[in-house]
Design a protein around this ligand. Structure first.
Ligand code: 5AD
Ligand code: FES
Length: 350
């Protein structure tokens, strides 16, 4: 085992120089995955937590240069789910064993705070033993507080990149890294279990950017760290840019597990979209969460963040069975409880 993997495994920390060396030097993949898997098992055993993902709107007012559902893509066919449709997804998910529902969408002004709170409180009333996660972008602290008061307890908002110059290359002037960070710290202060993260291999990303991402995550201490390879979408300004690399992305999963032993780290859909066994590989590299799609099949292809996104044809029940087999074959076990992170967070749970 390399000296850096050894240090990561015991100290869960590297200096800036060591981190840059870790990123640029070839690491023995088997030893790295084994170290990450050992650390993951020490904290979470062989458990894999499931979160049912409901992509309820693909309207978005923003124009991130990498994203297929950006406002500036005239070819995106837009949809919104009604409260009834969202509740039907939850009902189906509940029957399949899901106890966390993740409501994800573009930044869609149609869903005012009142509408979001209405949806959240309806889910909370119908499924009192479930956790509700929101992933609907940048809002004011007051809005985040309203959603919390309505019953949301988790929030996913990837910072995307913690390097200000890199952030500018991925986003138009109307967006700012400063506001994104403000959102994440507000969410934490309110008491949410927060998920953040970034794409791996996004255009113009350097190892120094990744170093900033890691230092930012160490300051934020999120409950969940979501990362996945960047995948090119042809209807974006980055159409000519290459996608990220699968093996480098897996190396980052292991690095994150070794640096953040108690974090929830999803084997994201982007891994599965890059390689038929991508999500299993991400589990073996240190991941411990999967977020299968609970959205109605009719709209799945339309939530088109990047090319060749998987699981757009399957019914929820098919996804569940397929996952169960994949997770078992990889040597892990699905658990159906709410699956809170071991990372301590803001205020007490209600
Ligand atoms: N490739 C990979 N991930 C992407 N995301 C958006 N566009 C892409 C892409 N082209 C990720 C972003 C966002 C999350 C919902 O999806 O990190 O936060
Ligand atoms: Fe919608 Fe980036 S394109 S938030």
């Amino acid at each position: 085992m390399s000296e850096l993997i050894e240090k990561l495994k015991t100290a869960h920390q590297l200096t800036d120089d060591e981190l840059l060396r870790f990123l640029s030097e070839e690491q023995p993949e088997e030893a790295l995955f084994a170290a990450a898997d050992e650390v993951r098992r020490m904290h979470y055993g062989d458990k894999v937590y499931l979160r049912g993902l409901i992509e309820f709107t693909n309207y978005c007012k923003n124009n991130c240069y990498y994203c297929g559902i950006r406002a500036g893509n005239p070819h995106a066919e837009r949809y919104r789910l009604t409260e009834e449709q969202i509740l039907a997804c939850c009902k189906e998910g509940y029957a399949l064993g899901y106890r966390t529902f993740v409501l994800q969408g573009g930044e869609d002004p149609y869903y005012t705070d009142d509408r979001i709170c209405g949806i959240v409180s309806a889910i909370a009333a119908a499924f009192p033993d479930c956790r509700i996660t929101l992933s609907i972008g940048e809002k004011s602290r007051e809005s985040y507080q309203k959603y919390y008061d309505a019953g949301a307890r988790r929030y996913l908002l990837r910072h995307e990149t913690a390097d200000p110059a890199h952030y500018r290359k991925l986003h138009p002037e109307s967006m700012s890294l400063e506001n994104r960070k403000r959102c994440l710290f507000d969410l934490k202060a309110i008491g949410y279990q927060v998920g953040s993260g970034f794409m791996i291999g996004s255009p113009y990303q350097t190892h120094t950017c990744l170093l900033s991402d890691i230092r930012f995550l160490q300051a934020l201490r999120p409950a969940m760290i979501g990362v996945g390879p960047y995948i090119t979408h042809t209807e974006t300004p980055f159409a000519e840019m290459p996608s990220g690399d699968l093996h480098f992305s897996l190396k980052i999963i292991s690095l994150l597990r070794l640096l953040f032993p108690d974090a929830l780290i999803p084997a994201t859909t982007a891994f599965g979209s890059m390689h038929p066994q991508g999500r299993e590989l991400a589990l073996k590299a240190g991941g411990n969460v999967m977020m299968p799609n609970l959205s109605p099949v009719r709209v799945r292809k339309l939530y088109d963040l990047y090319e060749n996104k998987i699981c757009t044809g399957e019914e929820a029940a098919q996804c569940r069975n397929c996952l169960e087999q994949r997770i078992r074959a990889a040597g892990y076990r699905i658990v159906t409880d709410v699956g809170d992170s071991l990372v301590p967070f803001g205020q007490a749970e209600s």
